[in-house]
Design a protein around this ligand. Structure first.
Ligand code: ZN
Length: 242
């Protein structure tokens, strides 16, 4: 079985379409969505429309839940808040129902899926440090936990002695004696300095994980953000991937 893991599409239709085009050559059996389908970008409805047609296994992100009033936005920065209010006014009723029904975590075979952290998914914390990763490893049972949220790809590894380390490789074979927290980065708003869309491919049969980077027409996405009257920073940051 081969899986594609997509996170943080953030209403970026051009990035999402470029990833789907690349995916059409990968012959995956199932697509996982780790949340934040909406927020920031100008195309929430088209992205939701496509995603629902893919029969994904999905979990909610903080922007998804914020757009339908299921989580508060008091901690959102002003730009994120403006965008989420704009998004809430745009998305259709059926798409709202879809977002409301997304759970915080899902489990499939050897994998746990969550947007932020397995220990307190509803708090939308980040896993940046080894300490934060160590704590998270204690709060799920499966071998792998796929996450998004930070928009920065990184892998944390826990060995048989429960020692945690960071793996920066973008392609590697998982060891049966180790556990992994894999952040697949962001399709629609990368923040690791690489503006290309990011998504993961995991082949459970040979244990191979690969993080892919896909170019897309960023200028078109930027134009749409400006035309929608969304904060200009949401357009400019896409060019630098930051
Ligand atoms: Zn996000």
């Amino acid at each position: 079985m081969k899986y594609a893991i997509l996170s943080d599409i953030h209403s970026n239709l051009e990035a999402f379409q470029a990833v789907l085009e690349d995916l059409s050559k990968e012959n995956v059996d199932q697509i996982f969505s780790l949340g934040d389908i909406v927020g920031y970008g100008a195309d929430p409805n088209p992205c939701l429309e496509i995603l629902q047609g893919l029969a994904i296994i999905g979990v909610a992100g903080n922007h998804d839940w914020a757009a339908v009033g299921l989580t508060e936005t008091s901690y959102f920065n002003p730009v994120a808040k403006t965008a989420i209010e704009w998004t809430a006014g745009k998305i259709s009723q059926s798409h709202k129902e879809f977002l409301k029904a997304l759970p915080l975590t899902q489990n499939k075979h050897t994998m746990t899926l969550v947007h932020a952290t397995p220990n307190r998914p509803e708090e939308w914390d980040y896993i940046f440090s080894l300490q934060e990763a160590s704590l998270s490893f204690q709060h799920y049972d499966h071998q792998i936990c796929f996450i998004g949220h930070s928009h920065r790809p990184i892998t944390f590894v826990e060995d048989a002695e429960a020692k945690t380390s960071i793996l920066m490789n973008t392609s590697f074979t998982l060891s049966d004696s180790h556990r992994y927290i894999i952040n697949v980065g962001s399709v629609g708003q990368p923040r690791d300095g690489d503006p290309r869309a990011a998504y993961g491919i995991y082949n459970i049969d040979d244990g191979r994980f690969t993080l892919k980077r896909i170019s897309y027409p960023i200028e078109r996405t930027q134009e749409k953000i400006m035309e929608a009257g969304l904060p200009p920073f949401l357009a400019s940051r896409l060019a630098s991937g930051s």
